[in-house]
Design a protein around this ligand. Structure first.
Ligand SMILES: *Cc1c(COP(=O)(O)O)cnc(C)c1O
Length: 486
């Protein structure tokens, strides 16, 4: 066997070793065969690892130390808003009254949790300028899907179903994916020279079969869609809706409300903007806000306040039904609620302000070293490309990998698709000037290396245990079990 620094859990396995000793059962023992039909019973699990407690804890702790997270360093992943999450939010979400609550407790026994959800919905409605909010969606993409189901239900209810969703070419991949999952046809709208949508562009694609325009503001180039009001008027004049992907509210909070700009539906990513942890496929939360006209189609149950009591309302003929088990990811809501309450409206505004300032600072300081395809004031993120470096055979991937040697997580790369070799940097408001300057210095130094020693960049990262892995193979043919060869 080849030598590895960290053995696989299967390699430290030793037959018969156990890590837990559950107490003796205090209820009568039942044979599984007597209680569960045989076909549902699992037989032996071949190669199942057996390890002691210490071995197991050390194994996973060691693995976790090979990871990179917002708690270990700067993580400027554009579009993802990997900002630092205050630990006090973690403490609050773990209060026993929240964390030990059964998710199907009757309303009379969970008034506190319902009050929190109700208030959070109101705060988010206020922040986004919407009339009603559902907290059920488990992530941004599910919020999109929820909104699209509702749009579909609306037109069906009116007796004239519509088929098309217009989506700009800068959109996040989830937008067209959610649209087709909800049964719509996607019509691609090109962003013009300035990197934003134009009223003419929208006009030339919209027709009587258009159900909605799905846009992102600020868009994925980090640019503000300046024509949004005019565009919304065009969409509304054709009886269609404006859906805004609000995953990136980090630039707008406290400054402007999407509802005031003509947006009819918007999902917010609590796990981005509202300072709750995300990444690695962990739980998220993508509340969806809508204008009055769409409220009857919101998922059930709705949380309502009757006098001083909170109730779960399961009635609603037009509702698209339940979207998610329980009421969504409650503990993420607690963190977002704590975050909003702690910093307040002024704090949210200040967060957006600092996020925008930081992104523009990076843009200005790096634009001589890296090609900046859209040289205008950006919002909370800025997009460079590898155009200058590619002359020396150095690509965006090489630059990203080299950043790891400098101690930084790479930015988002090769997205948005409209910029070849895109490098999308989102610093967020939670980073200090010295961290940001350190990142800028590293980027400048890499730009210099690209000229002087391109071969070095081709092999980066040089300081990590593994360097370049075959990412396609890792995604397409993951080897998750030790005993499966090949
Ligand atoms: C992150 C993101 C999404 C998807 O959100 P998930 O919570 O990952 O499903 C959609 N649109 C934009 C612009 C995003 O940045």
């Amino acid at each position: 066997m080849e030598e590895r620094e960290v053995p696989l859990i299967f390699e430290i396995s030793s037959e018969g070793r156990v890590g837990v000793e559950p107490p003796d059962s205090d209820v009568p023992v039942v044979n599984p065969e007597d209680a569960i039909p045989g076909r549902f019973l699992r037989g032996d699990i071949r190669g199942f690892p057996e390890a002691g407690e210490a071995g197991c804890v050390r194994h996973y702790t060691r693995l976790s130390q090979k990871n990179f997270g917002v708690d270990s360093g700067f993580y400027p992943l554009g579009s993802c808003t990997m900002k630092y999450n205050p630990k006090v939010n973690e403490d609050i979400s773990r209060l026993a009254g929240f964390s030990m609550l059964h998710p199907y407790s009757p309303a009379e026994l969970c008034q506190g949790a319902l009050a929190l959800m109700h208030e959070l919905s109101m705060y988010l409605s206020e922040i986004s300028g919407m009339d009603s909010m559902t907290l059920q969606p488990a992530a941004g993409a599910q919020g999109e899907l929820c909104g699209l189901f509702m749009i579909g239900a609306y037109f069906k209810d009116k007796g004239r179903p519509r088929k098309k969703i217009l989506i700009p070419d800068t959109a996040h991949g989830t937008n067209p994916a959610s649209s087709s999952l909800a049964g719509f046809d996607v019509v691609r709208v090109a962003s013009e020279g300035k990197g934003i949508l134009t009223p003419e562009g929208v006009k030339s694609h919209i027709d009587k079969d258009t159900a909605a325009l799905m846009l992102t503001n600020p868009n994925t180039l980090g640019l503000f869609e300046e024509n949004i009001k005019e565009i919304a008027d065009i969409v509304h004049s054709r009886g269609a809706f404006v859906y805004c992907d609000g995953a990136n509210l980090n630039a707008l909070m406290g400054f402007m409300k999407l509802g005031d700009m003509g947006v009819d539906l918007v999902q917010l990513n609590l796990h981005k903007t509202f300072s709750t942890p995300h990444g690695g496929g962990g739980p998220g939360s993508g509340p969806l806000g809508v204008k009055k006209i769409l409220a009857p189609y919101l998922p059930l149950p709705r949380i309502r306040k009757k006098g001083e009591r909170y109730v779960l309302d399961f009635k609603g003929e037009k509702s698209i039904g339940r979207l998610k088990a329980f009421y969504g990811h409650f503990s993420i809501m607690v963190r977002a609620y704590a975050y909003i309450r702690r910093i307040g409206g002024e704090g949210l505004k200040h967060a957006s302000e600092a996020a925008i300032l930081n992104a523009n600072y990076i843009k200005e300081r790096l634009k001589k070293d890296y090609h900046l395809p859209y040289d205008r004031t950006c919002m909370h993120e800025c997009v460079f490309s590898d155009k200058y470096q590619s002359r020396f055979g150095v690509t965006t991937l090489d630059i990203a990998k080299r950043l790891i040697d400098y101690g930084f997580h790479p930015p988002t790369v090769y997205f948005p698709l409209v910029v070849p070799g895109a490098i999308m940097v989102e610093p967020t408001e939670t980073e200090s000037l010295s961290t940001i300057d350190g990142f800028i210095d590293a980027m400048k130094s890499i730009a210099k290396e690209a000229v002087e020693d391109p071969a070095l960049l081709k092999n980066a990262p040089l300081t990590t245990k593994t360097s370049r892995v075959d990412e396609t193979m890792a995604a397409r043919e993951p080897r998750l079990r030790w005993d499966i060869k090949g």
